[in-house]
Design a protein around this ligand. Structure first.
Ligand code: PHE
Length: 336
């Protein structure tokens, strides 16, 4: 019986060492119908003197087999963990998946450039409402009741005296009404006109208004400011040209062109052979407008200008259809 127990021990331990099927081995030796259990069942046949010895040996064998199983199980678990750590290894130095970051819209870029340029010249930013009184959009700016620009064809009216502002000029009137000179502001913003969309028109577009009022302001100041602006915006070689024009709220008035920064004035596709591009309207603030807004035209004078952000963006980036800027097609926007 002793021999049998020793054999069982040897065989079991050898099998445990050689195999991974530990559960099967456990059942084969230690299970209810297992080999060791069978030996213990036969204890009745053992003489009473030998019984304690055999019993002790049987317990030892059982303990050794269990210990061998436990050791092997631990090794197995350790190996599995190692394998998992190896196979699931993460290389944190591998570059990540890049995501596409957007950028500012070309119109917003232009507006920001304009803000920077004028803030650099000491202007501050003024804002006004897009839903505006007829009074500020027209009346205060010396546009009489029968002026063609007030036509419902051009202007979106909400009521008889409330409309969507058709220009940023009403901000001039609002600022002058509230501030005594010196005044030096620009006012960027959205404006509305009942124009069907085409390559150069849109019912919504953007303007930047400028206004300077102080003692002794002349047209020379206007020219100086605009020339500096043009050089900063379009390059140091840029020239400007004033053409006589009419705006009800400035006198004298001018349309202002910049020399084409692509051909330098020789004429090219961008300037349509002209050598010049019209970018803004300007003039000396009409004395009526000053006094409408509570500023004494005998003491103060000023100039104003208004430019289209779309037009400047198209010139700056060589875009030939305004509608492209409102379609939100990333293939277009990506280019700028
Ligand atoms: N408000 C004018 C326009 O929309 C532009 C302008 C502004 C002209 C200021 C003169 C002075 O056409």
């Amino acid at each position: 019986m002793k021999e049998l127990l020793k054999q069982i021990r040897e065989k079991a331990i050898a099998e445990i060492e050689a195999s991974d099927r530990l559960d099967e081995i456990r059942i084969q030796y230690l299970g209810k119908k297992g080999e060791l259990t069978a030996v213990l069942r036969g204890m009745g046949k053992v003489s009473p003197e030998e019984r304690p010895l055999i019993g002790q040996l049987a317990n030892e064998v059982r303990a050794e087999i269990e210990a061998a199983l436990a050791k092997k199980e631990e090794e197995k678990a350790k190996k599995e963990l190692e394998n998992r750590l190896l196979s699931e290894k993460i290389d944190v130095t591998v570059p990540g998946t890049p995501f596409t970051a957007g950028h500012r819209h070309p119109l917003a870029q232009t507006e920001e450039m304009l803000r920077d340029i004028f803030i650099g010249m000491g202007f501050s930013i003024a804002e006004g409402p897009e839903v505006e009184y007829d009074y500020y959009n027209f009346e205060a700016l010396n546009l009489p009741k029968n002026h063609p620009a007030r036509d419902t064809q051009d202007t979106f009216y909400i009521t008889d005296n409330i409309l969507l502002r058709s220009q940023t000029s009403p901000v001039q009137a609002r600022v002058m009404e509230q501030t005594q000179p010196p005044i030096r502001i620009i006012s960027p913003g959205r404006v509305y006109r009942a124009d069907p969309a085409d390559a150069t028109h849109s019912p919504i577009f953007h303007q930047v208004e400028g206004l300077v009022v102080d003692k002794g302001i002349t047209m020379g100041d206007l020219k100086g400011i605009l020339e500096l602006f043009a050089k900063k915006m379009f390059g140091p070689e840029t020239k400007i040209r004033f053409r006589p024009h009419h705006f009800p709220f400035t006198e004298p008035s001018a349309e202002v062109d910049v020399s084409c920064f692509v051909c330098g004035g020789k004429g090219c596709r961008l300037c349509k052979g002209e050598g010049w591009m019209e970018i803004l309207g300007a003039g000396m603030v009409h004395p009526f407008v000053l006094s409408n807004c509570g500023i004494d035209p005998n003491v103060y004078s000023g100039f104003a200008f208004g430019m289209g952000v779309e037009r400047i963006t198209m010139a700056r980036l060589g875009i030939d259809d305004l509608r492209l800027m409102y379609e939100n097609d990333v293939r277009f926007l990506h280019q700028f």
